[in-house]
Design a protein around this ligand. Structure first.
Ligand SMILES: *[C@@H]1O[C@H](CO)[C@@H](O)[C@H](O)[C@H]1NC(C)=O
Ligand SMILES: *[C@@H]1O[C@H](CO)[C@@H](O)[C@H](O)[C@H]1NC(C)=O
Length: 233
């Protein structure tokens, strides 16, 4: 056989070919991750759906993950057969480098204080900012009902962590959550960096300056606990 007779077929490959699940026969793919977004495309049973990345958006049946597809539109993951139902299958569209990521005020919900974020925390509160960090930097679908427990205000996070079998101790690591209950509702912050020699942590947080982002360097023991959602710890 002469090489010239070999025909190379080029089949456009979909990186992650998903389909609609059996909860629906069609679903709209929208300009934004909310049902208020305009319809860009409609998928039907059997259509292949390539998920480029995922974001948190409007909750659909209490489920906030939306998939950005090959058509550059967003479909609620509630109707996609990602087979997980409770976690991301690929990276966040807003991913800003691996955990702990850069120190930057990239909070998504500025100016919407007192509304509720996609994870069911009040916007502009410390818990909402930390939830954004966990979702985007750690790729964990963390909500106010993570593992079926109510995480609630920051003062109830240690109990929720224990109930959820999430590691909680007094040793910080970068990319963990710092928690204290000195104030009535407690406080949580994102640990960006740990200085073991000085026994200090560099934290990012919301609502220490009212409804604002801030960073601080504080002694380890300024916090009661460190919560390690990463299953490695
Ligand atoms: C729909 O899919 C789920 C999950 O794959 C499966 O458990 C269920 O039996 C399916 N239901 C129908 C009616 O096919
Ligand atoms: C936590 O671990 C205990 C003991 O292994 C187990 O019984 C329980 O179901 C676990 N809870 C969760 C939420 O994973």
């Amino acid at each position: 056989m002469k090489l010239s007779t070999v025909i190379f077929l080029s089949i456009p490959a979909l990186a992650h070919a998903y389909q609609l699940n059996n909860l629906t026969t069609y679903a709209n793919c929208r300009s934004e991750a909310t049902t208020a977004g305009s319809v860009v495309k409609q998928y039907h049973t059997g259509d292949l759906i390539d998920i480029k990345c995922q974001v948190s958006g409007q909750r659909v049946f209490d489920y906030a993950i939306w998939d950005k597809t090959q058509d550059d539109c967003y479909i609620t993951d509630y109707y996609v057969d990602t087979g997980v139902g409770s976690n991301y299958v690929t990276k966040n569209c807003l991913y800003n480098g691996p955990s702990p990521g850069p120190v930057v005020d990239d909070y998504r919900y500025k100016g919407m204080c007192d509304e509720v974020d996609p994870w069911n925390f009040y916007i502009c509160q410390c818990v909402s900012f930390v939830a954004q960090r966990i979702n985007e930097r750690q790729g964990i679908y963390f909500t106010n009902r993570y593992k079926g427990f109510e995480w609630g205000n920051a003062n109830t996070w240690p109990a929720a962590a224990r109930n959820s079998n999430v590691t909680i101790n007094t040793t910080p690591r970068k990319g963990c959550i710092a928690q204290h209950s000195r104030s009535a509702l407690g406080h949580v912050a994102w640990v960006h960096h740990v200085n073991r020699k000085e026994r200090t942590v560099v934290i990012e947080q919301y609502n220490v300056v009212v409804h604002q982002y801030s960073t601080e360097v504080v002694p380890w023991d300024a916090f009661d606990y460190y919560i390690h959602l990463d299953p490695k710890y």
